[in-house]
Design a protein around this ligand. Sequence first.
Ligand SMILES: Cc1cc2nc3c(=O)[nH]c(=O)nc-3n(C[C@H](O)[C@H](O)[C@H](O)COP(=O)(O)OP(=O)(O)OC[C@H]3O[C@@H](n4cnc5c(N)ncnc54)[C@H](O)[C@@H]3O)c2cc1C
Length: 508
Amino acid sequence: MKDFASSPISYDIVVIGGGINGVGIANDAVGRGLSVFLCEKDDLASHTSSASSKLIHGGLRYLEHKEFRLVREALAEREVLLNKAPHIIRPMRFIMPHQPHLRPAWLIRTGLFLYDHLGKREKLEGSKLINFNVDSSPLKVEITRGFEYSDCAVDDARLVVLNAMQAREKGAKIVTHTRCTSAQHENGEWLVDVENEQGAYQIKAKVLVNAAGPWVAQFIQQDLRLKSPYGIRLIQGSHIVVPKIYEGDKAFIMQNDDQRIVFAIPYLDEYTLIGTTDREYVGDPNHVEITDQEIDYLINVSNDHFKTQLSRADIRWTYSGVRPLCDDESDNPSAVTRDYTLSLSQEKPEDAPLLSVFGGKLTTYRKLAESVMLQLKAFFPEMQVSWTRAALLPGAEHFISADALAQEVVQKVQGVSAVLAIRWVHAYGTRVWQVLKDKTSTDELGQYFGHDLFAQEVDYLVDQEWAINSADILWRRSKLGLKFTPSEIQILDEYLIWLHQQRAQSAA
Ligand SMILES: Cc1cc2nc3c(=O)[nH]c(=O)nc-3n(C[C@H](O)[C@H](O)[C@H](O)COP(=O)(O)OP(=O)(O)OC[C@H]3O[C@@H](n4cnc5c(N)ncnc54)[C@H](O)[C@@H]3O)c2cc1C
């Protein structure tokens, strides 16, 4: 049912898409004093932004494709983001086994020299040459030498949620499960139609920002009925998660003979995350799934390098996403530019502008948002200066170290294990106290759903982090989905239905 009775609220900026780019732009804009509305058709980070390799990285491989601008910006962002969100981002050392028949040592050394020096680096250690001890190395005995360098690992979906929370705290209106269905020009503004389960409504925007990721071009063509300035290449990338194939906290970057690289990354203490692939994707970006060829490819690359040999039976989880890359007409999917392109268009001078985001990386979302603001300055001359570089994301306030905070949690809340405390600290940082409120024992945390999940946390995720269903909680706000059984999920879903009814009654 359409409810257009009341006159639409007018915002400076309406953002379409609650992936990292949409929330990053919304957050930057609201912090500069603009009024902002963001709609996401599904859950926050439910598409590309939760399907990444979960790295905040310069992208060593992009040097080969001469993407120096991107690499420089991304390298510098590593430490900026590490300071902004030390609870969800951590430094990680990467080991590259030397494969002389694929890339000569001088080439790797040159690449790593650039990697060490192109971007500002204070906390992250530089690169070095290493020799492997054949007995203790997890790599096959014939791999005797390699290189080591630094990048960072991130909880990608939580990076999105934290940006959305900060935007909301600064006054942005963020709505999930709400799709923008069309928008048209009206008296120098955009009249924007959105719809959700409750019905449809309209809002107005002085500027429309299209951060629809894989849907960026489709949104322009089908929902706005305009011509897209750029084509988009949808390049699928998939990962497999297996019980850990080596000990330790370092990642491996494996070179394959097709010139691609594949990461093996320590994941959630018990697992190794292996990815990614690059394949042209045709189809609905809502439903991307790993293919048999991708599984074989990832297993083969891992088996070529590690002593522990994998088979399909070892796979505990897979996930896939599509990179929404700006079409630069490369023949090879892994060579398509990973840099972003912004398009600002205005059909007539009196029309409100449309800004569309093509491409981009998690790592560069903050810089991308700053570039968007720079382009929009002409329309909002009063806009305040950039602010996100030094601003801490929610949970990073007064955060000193994960271990110290986890210890405090264990001491204050009786019955909390060190493992649970660390999980909470890496998810919520110092906001863990907002999750726990005044509770002093696990007996006070409400219904227990198994695997260290209590109602106290579920309620917080529903009330503060836009969680609606069990998938939001188990696969994006956390990765507890790796542990939950179907019957446990059903119990959680039943509780969520009850909780939403309670919240609706108290709001009425
Ligand atoms: C396999 C893979 C590995 C990667 N690894 C890394 C990495 O390690 N490090 C890194 O920095 N980057 C990485 N990336 C890149 C990074 O993940 C993406 O660039 C980034 O997540 C894109 O974010 P986005 O906001 O543009 O798109 P998305 O996250 O897809 O968000 C767009 C959102 O718009 C919503 N939407 C679309 N249409 C509408 C509409 N009409 N109304 C409302 N909402 C709408 C969608 O539902 C979606 O949630 C990787 C990407 C892939 C695929």
